[in-house]
Ligand binder design. Structure first.
Ligand code: PRX
Length: 655
């Protein structure tokens, strides 16, 4: 990449695509934007030719705002597109998944192997009574059986709900119950930083209150001695042993492919529903364009399949494109902070997609961890999950990409299903810290509270003004929430509201400013303040709680909880029967047990009262300002100003 003058601020630097990159790029000309804009439907219809359809569509889009149907009446199967169709070509023997487990075990599955594994599990699931439309919960570590299970569900038309292996038993139970899952696929355990994550134990706890689940399939990962309950549980390897692949089910373009739960502004996570045709067209196309994916690439996305990034850009997008995908289990700093560089070197990774929070951690651990590793195979770097600060962008560009690889920052969400704002690396000049511009065929804007477009330089709300193929279709079981939260923000205008703030600059590049609602983003993971608060107040010692995201150097944001204890507990602490410190630890552990380790507060601050408006609403904005040592701003609506002085004195800008 060619770099502009060095004498400007990092965020004002521009990196132009190198001629060499552009010459070989999948997209070489800016014409694509004009063409897509002239007729988005024609554009997406052309992109849809990437897939194999059993029956083509009657119409590309049917838009009854806010309900969209893409590729109307078309028939296809996502698993067929990700697996079977490659068997007809030389890809049959191409590596589909290169797996490296935390203990160092490795496995390579060709597309043929993948077909056999997926097909056998699909047949077995059918025998367990799973039919088209039945939901299957998946709670697995990052092992090949995880994408295999997803694809097996897709093969028989059974929507999956993958629950991140770091979530607690309770979080798993809530999701299973909301979706009414019939079968759960889990493992005896997973590895994380040398320790066993007790997945089956959690699953059993979850199932005590989840009557819809009839059968549990258990992958043997850890290999500890374990007795299964033969009435309900069975070993995965025994279940598939005698099976052979069943044919893929023909599903409608608008049939549900999966549900994925994410945090919103209430205490209850929402089941984001994605369907088949539009989703697959969206993820397959964007991967081809934004990451310039080629036949020879070794593609590595470090996300867990428990998140949307894992669904779209580790499983469905790359496999439908016939790519070679690296799958890893574990953590970036285990056993040492060079794990990523070792993997890139060992497998000759060419495209590397990760999160800013990981990059910032690597910056802190130091460049010396990259020494001795050959990273010359890399040709493109990607980031996702949170705004990337220019320093982290430049570090990634310089130390990992050695100044040769474009860094493609991708803005999108669980709900959008696919990349929305991202560079086309062969033609888009890059600015560190900006996700650049909307992809072809997409209408994205920054608007004010009434939905009026704002000129460059003004901060406002990020909206999408037209439907796109991989958009969510509804919130599972709660259509009203879908309409209200996403499309009801600007009366009279059918704009999708992202929940993010943003501004455009004079080149019409988008700069994402983070969430403007009660969602916080901790290390690229979405949490809702309400969800955290509900967990806290369930603890018998807690009277009231408020959770906020405090700016954090590595994680982007960290959870800080402000808690008011019940009088009797407060009295006990005063009398020395319990300590503040023990109480803090207990509450942190409680949140971990309720939601999962990602939600564990960094700090718990105790207060006699929470700052509230006269109408009784907690003023989280003030709590955040206190925790960050910032100016408090307007206090006129505050009903109890005396608590502010006290909180500032005790907790103002503590680490
Ligand atoms: O705030 C934005 C942030 O992550 C949110 C979406 O989170 P989730 O649904 O979990 O999906 C994450 C992976 C796609 C957004 O509302 N976000 C995601 N990507 C970026 C980002 N913020 C800034 N820049 C990004 N590239």
């Amino acid at each position: 990449m060619a770099r502009q003058s060095e004498a400007v601020l990092p965020e004002e630097q521009i990196f132009y695509p190198s001629e060499r990159f552009t010459r070989q790029a999948n997209v070489k000309s800016r014409e694509i934007y004009a063409k897509a804009q002239a007729s988005p439907e024609l554009f997406w219809a052309l992109q849809a030719e990437r897939l194999d359809w059993f029956r083509k569509w009657d119409k590309v889009l049917e838009w009854n705002p806010p309900f969209a149907r893409w590729f109307v009446n078309a028939k296809l199967n996502a698993c067929y597109n990700c697996v079977d169709r490659h068997l007809k070509t030389w890809r049959r023997n191409k590596a589909a998944l290169i797996f490296e487990g935390e203990p160092g075990d490795a496995r390579v599955l060709t597309y043929w192997d993948l077909y056999r594994e997926v097909g056998r599990l699909a047949s077995a699931l059918k025998k367990l009574g799973v039919g088209k439309g039945d939901r299957v919960a998946i709670y697995l570590p990052m092992i090949p059986e995880l994408p295999i299970a997803m694809l097996a569900c897709a093969r028989i038309g059974a929507p999956h709900l993958v629950v991140f292996g770091g979530f607690s038993a309770e979080a798993l139970r809530d999701r299973i119950n909301d979706a009414g899952a019939k079968v759960l696929i889990t493992a005896d355990g997973g590895w994380r930083r040398g320790k066993v994550v007790p997945l089956l134990r959690n699953a059993r706890m979850a199932l005590e209150g989840a009557p819809s689940v009839e059968r549990v399939v258990v992958v043997k990962r850890i290999g500890q001695e374990l007795e299964l309950d033969p009435r309900k549980e069975c070993w995965y390897h025994e279940l598939v042993a005698e099976e052979s692949p069943c044919p893929p089910e023909e599903v409608d373009s608008e049939d549900m492919l999966f549900i994925l739960y994410t945090s919103g502004t209430t205490g209850k996570p929402k089941g984001v529903v994605h369907t088949t045709g539009g989703y697959l067209v969206g993820v397959t196309t964007t991967l081809h364009m934004t990451f310039d994916l080629k036949e020879e690439d070794v593609y590595w996305c470090t996300a867990d399949c428990g998140w949307i990034t894992g669904h779209s850009y580790l499983v469905y997008g790359p496999l439908a494109n016939g790519a070679t995908v690296v799958l890893y289990e574990g953590a970036p700093d285990w056993p040492r902070p060079d794990r990523f560089w070792q993997i890139i070197d060992r497998y000759g990774v060419t495209i590397f997609y990760t999160a800013p929070t990981a990059i910032r951690a690597f910056m802190r651990w130091g460049e010396q961890w990259l020494d001795g590793y050959d990273l010359s195979s890399l040709r493109l770097l990607g980031t996702v999950g949170e705004p990337i600060n220019p320093e982290a962008w430049l570090w990634f560009y310089q130390y990992v990409g050695r100044g040769r690889c474009p860094v493609v920052d991708t803005w999108w969400q669980t709900e959008t299903g696919m990349h929305i704002i991202a560079a086309l690396p062969g033609i888009t000049p890059l600015k560190p810290g900006s996700a650049t511009v909307p992809l072809p065929g997409l209408k994205v804007d920054v608007v004010d509270k009434e939905g009026n477009p704002l000129p460059p330089g003004k901060e406002g709300l990020l909206v999408i003004r037209e439907p796109w193929p991989a958009m969510m279709r509804t919130v599972y079981g709660d259509e009203e929430r879908y309409v209200k939260e996403y499309w009801g923000r600007f009366p009279g205008k059918w704009y999708y509201f992202s929940g993010d703030g943003a501004r455009k600059d004079s080149h019409h590049y988008f700069w994402i400013l983070g969430r403007v609602d009660d969602v916080i983003n901790v290390a690229g993971h979405r949490l809702s303040t309400m969800e955290l608060e509900s967990a806290l107040v369930e603890h018998p010692a807690v009277a009231e709680a408020a959770a906020i995201g405090k700016t954090h150097e590595i994680k982007g944001q960290a959870v800080v909880a402000f808690v008011t204890l019940k009088d009797e507990v407060f009295a006990e602490i005063k009398r020395g029967k319990r300590s503040w410190q023990a109480m803090e630890e207990e509450l942190k552990a409680h949140v971990t047990a309720k939601i999962g380790a990602i939600a564990r507060p960094d700090a718990v601050y105790f207060t006699a009262e929470l700052p509230k408006t006269r109408s009784g609403k907690i003023m989280r904005r003030l709590l955040r300002a206190i925790a960050e040592g910032k100016v408090l701003g307007d206090l006129s609506t505050l009903a109890n100003p005396e608590v502010i002085a006290e909180l500032k004195r005790r907790y103002g800008d503590q680490e």
